[in-house]
Design a protein around this ligand. Structure first.
Ligand SMILES: NC(=O)c1ccc[n+]([C@@H]2O[C@H](COP(=O)([O-])OP(=O)(O)OC[C@H]3O[C@@H](n4cnc5c(N)ncnc54)[C@H](OP(=O)(O)O)[C@@H]3O)[C@@H](O)[C@H]2O)c1
Length: 502
């Protein structure tokens, strides 16, 4: 089999790509034909000899794989040949096959693809344990996430938002922070450009943050600790900067805050039942589309060293994945259209922006809600609209006449058809929990800018333009909406939609 091997300690460029013997399995192991392997921070430490585990040479890095079982040991009880599985193998994943102990292997549900399966458990497992078991995060609490666009950081952004927190994401570039926003960050701080402590104070109006999630260490730790609220929890996740902070002991005393160490690997070992429960919950969230790893880039095995280098150079946002071979994912059981990873940036996980309750809307006036998926305007759709509205004008429904008399030779959708799709699109962009209904009932300032010929592909972007609280406790929500046509500069339709949130 082919593998990328570490033969002596050094950086990623020391790794050697070569053919080696297939691995042998022991009685309690399974042999996995690797389809994808997640790239994680410890992989770099391991090849440099700086990690707590030191496999003997030669070894392939890569601790998180997905694939198919091709052989099983005599005492394996839970798996059979052909099973789709993921495994936390520690190392050995940058290879076509890996032998793994049965107790480190999990079945992949039919709805989850191989790339997602190789890119989820390590980051989300760590962050979920940190937020749920160690921080006991509560809805409405404020969390500051350092290194928020990194592997564990971005998972923490998504999970904290899902768990109802107000998320302040910090990272070293605007590009990284943009992705944090799409994953639900309420506020962003580029700590290379502004003073971290001052920004936190400004955002929290001097009341401080309840939780700090710190996978970076180094220079940001003291600034973050100094901005903690009473009863705060500072989560020590890791030291990606390479510096272990030395902090004054008087600070936790004065702040009445706790400093909590997180070691997900030990948690999984010492509290396996709790960890399995967490895994089960994460898998359900993945299936339902509540979480979705952001895939930065997919590298072939031959270029896996570049993935390690990109991670070390702080280029990776979310997760880098190694794909082994040119396989194509067989059709998955698709229950929600929300399960495939972010490989195609055009295909958006919906709904993009989630609010825990209607009152959060007020704090988000001006917020962009992102873009919907594309939708094709077929002749069939136009005809159905004509039938529903009794508007049978030939420019909409008669392709033959359109060929002769219309400039582009195509029929044109009713303007009101485009407008009617605003409601359909809105539900893709926004989700508000704990409300009885979100009712789109009015359209204001509508402008039909470009005609929409048949077979046009359109999508909508929106932002919150205003929020009014009504005396009966409901909310009037104003969304500025733009419907664009693929490949065209001028939009098809622009309007303000008015919705009632009860
Ligand atoms: N405690 C646990 O159970 C546990 C589990 C998993 C991971 N970890 C640890 O958590 C840390 C982060 O892991 P990860 O998978 O999120 O890594 P990652 O994807 O590489 O992200 C690390 C982030 O740290 C920041 N950073 C600052 N200085 C850096 C440097 N010199 N080199 C690399 N990154 C630097 C970068 O963000 P900016 O560029 O935005 O600053 C980067 O995005 C690691 O130390 C890892 O060992 C701990």
């Amino acid at each position: 089999m082919k593998a990328l091997l570490c033969k002596n300690y050094g950086n990623s460029q020391n790794l050697v790509f070569q053919n080696i013997e297939d691995p042998q399995i022991s009685d309690k192991q399974v042999l996995i034909s690797v389809k994808a392997c997640g790239v994680n921070f410890p992989d770099n430490l391991m090849i440099q000899g700086k990690y707590q585990f030191k496999p003997s040479f030669p070894f392939a890095p890569g601790g998180e794989v997905s694939g198919i079982i091709i052989a099983i040991g005599k005492k394996v009880t839970h798996f059979s040949i052909g099973a789709r599985v993921l495994a936390l193998c520690g190392w050995g994943g940058f290879a076509e096959q890996v032998a793994v102990d049965e107790n480190r292997v999990f079945h992949i549900p039919d709805q989850i693809d191989m790339i997602t399966a190789a890119g989820t458990l390590y980051n989300y497992g760590t962050s979920y344990y940190a937020l749920k078991q160690k921080a006991a995060i509560k809805p409405g609490e404020t969390i500051l996430i350092i290194g928020a666009a990194g592997g564990v950081g971005l998972a923490a952004v998504e999970l904290a938002k899902e768990m109802g927190a107000i998320v302040i994401a910090c990272a070293s570039s605007d590009e990284k922070l943009k992705i944090c926003k799409t994953k639900g960050a309420d506020f962003i701080i580029n700590y290379k450009k502004v003073n971290l402590k001052e920004q936190i104070r400004e955002i929290t109006k001097n009341s401080g943050v309840d939780i700090v999630y710190d996978p970076v260490g180094g220079e940001y730790a003291e600034a973050a600790l100094r901005t903690m609220a009473w009863n705060g929890r500072y989560l020590i996740i890791g030291f990606a900067s390479g510096q272990i902070p030395q902090l004054p002991f008087n600070l936790p005393l004065l702040k009445g805050c706790s400093i909590i160490g997180i070691f997900w690997g030990s948690f999984a070992e010492k509290e396996p039942q709790e960890n399995l429960k967490n895994m089960g919950e994460l898998v359900q969230w993945l299936i339902s589309g509540k979480i979705k790893p952001h895939i930065f880039k997919i590298y072939p095995l031959e270029n896996a060293a570049d993935a390690l280098q990109d991670l070390q150079d702080q280029k990776v946002i979310g997760k880098a994945i190694i794909k082994l071979g040119n396989w194509i994912e067989p059709k998955l059981i698709d229950t929600s259209n929300k399960l495939k990873s972010d490989i195609d940036q055009e295909e958006i996980l919906l709904p993009v922006v989630k609010f825990k309750n209607k009152f959060e809307l007020k704090k988000n006036i001006g917020r962009e809600l992102g873009k919907t998926n594309w939708l094709t305007i077929s002749q069939e759709r136009i005809n159905q609209f004509a039938g529903a509205t009794l508007d049978f004008q030939w420019i909409h429904i008669d392709p033959e006449k359109a060929k002769t008399f219309l400039p582009g030779g195509n029929t044109i959708a009713h303007g009101y058809l485009t407008m009617s799709l605003v409601s359909y699109f809105v539900y893709q962009l926004i989700s508000i929990e704990n409300v009885n209904s979100l009712l789109n009932y009015g359209i204001d300032k509508a402008r039909f800018i470009s005609p929409v010929p048949v077979e046009s592909i359109i999508r909508m972007s929106a932002s919150i333009s205003n929020v009014e609280e009504l005396p009966n406790g409901s909310i009037k929500l104003f969304l500025h909406c733009i419907i664009e046509i693929k490949g065209q500069e001028k939009p098809a339709f622009v309007a303000e939609i008015i919705s009632m949130v009860f």
